[in-house]
Design a protein around this ligand. Structure first.
Ligand SMILES: [Zn+2]
Length: 317
């Protein structure tokens, strides 16, 4: 009798690891807010996600802090973007890769879909989140990584992914609709750095960044002079600042145009490489892009819904 219950207890203990996952969420660390949001959407209550880069943080310049390293040491899974977005952490992640479950989610996307860049041989524009179509591929990579880390929850992750992808589809449709309502000669996006290339390709906008695809490159005076001429020649009246990049060179651009008798204003602040405050709509991927799409279309002359696609944007237009 005693022996039998001992065996039963052993069998119960052996079964524990299978059921324990329901109580202990996977610890996931993600670099950018956009990746952290994807992990939360796909993982639901099976994950506890820590995003390293908060609002206003520039991923091109970011270096891991001591507390980031502690969090990564304790994590079950680490998700970073790759494609040299986190340029200062590249070596760190390659080294960590040998010791822990580390996935560069953007590097799983088919490179034939990516924008190559003249200045960087064999490198691609890393700003994939600007295209809902490309972000769907990244979300699929996140799903794969989570499923590998916790195969028992595969069905849940799949259902969550499908729901999130449906929202991304809706965002894409909304973007096409309102951005196509901008008068054709106004479809030019002037920003601080070249983060909007995929956005421009998707929606048929010319994109002109003062700096290149990394904020670490120099913004030359020549480049500012060139852009001033473009603003004057094409009679463009709105430029956009970015939440994660200093607006100093944008001010120089506006002053340069003013000196030539052409008035240019700031069309709004865009979320280029970081999302809004945690806990707000703009602090989610959908909210971030809804904000960008609505601000751009509104400032360039389209009629846009007062508070965006879902009526949730904090600022009215
Ligand atoms: Zn960038």
């Amino acid at each position: 009798m005693i022996r039998r219950s001992f065996i039963a207890a052993l069998a119960f203990a052996a079964a524990l690891p299978l059921t324990a996952w329901a109580e202990a969420p996977l610890k996931v660390v993600a670099t950018t807010g956009m990746i952290a949001d994807a992990a939360r959407q796909v993982g639901g209550d099976q994950v506890q996600v820590k995003g390293l880069m908060g609002p206003g943080v520039d991923p091109h310049a970011y270096r891991q802090t001591r507390s980031d390293i502690v969090a990564m040491t304790r994590a079950d899974l680490i998700l970073w973007h790759g494609l040299y977005l986190e340029a200062q952490m590249e070596d760190f992640f390659h080294d960590l890769d040998r010791k822990r479950a580390v996935v560069a989610v953007a590097e799983g996307v088919d490179t034939s879909k990516l924008r190559a860049h003249d200045d960087y041989a064999d490198k691609y524009d890393p700003h994939l989140w600007m295209s809902p179509a490309l972000w769907r591929d990244v979300v699929a990579e996140v799903q794969e990584a989570l499923t590998e880390a916790r195969p028992e929850a595969a069905d849940l992750f799949d259902a969550n992914t499908q729901a999130f992808l449906a929202e991304i589809d809706q965002l894409e449709v909304y973007g096409k609709q309102v951005l196509a309502a901008v008068p054709e000669n106004n479809r030019v996006l002037v920003t601080a750095h070249d983060a909007f290339g995929y956005f421009g390709a998707d929606y048929g906008y010319e994109v002109l960044g003062i700096q290149g695809i990394s904020t670490q490159s120099e913004a030359g005076l020549n480049r500012i002079g060139e852009l001033v001429d473009t603003l004057v020649d094409q009679q463009l009246t709105a430029v956009f600042v970015e939440s994660s990049v200093s607006d100093r060179s944008m001010r120089a651009l506006i002053e340069g145009a003013a000196a030539k008798g052409h008035d240019v204003g700031i069309g709004g602040e865009l979320y280029s490489d970081a999302m809004g405050e945690p806990g707000t709509y703009e602090g989610t991927y959908i909210g971030m892009l809804d904000h960008n799409i609505t601000v751009i279309a509104g400032a360039l002359g389209a009629d846009v819904p007062d508070r965006g696609m879902n009526g949730k944007l904090s600022a009215g237009f």
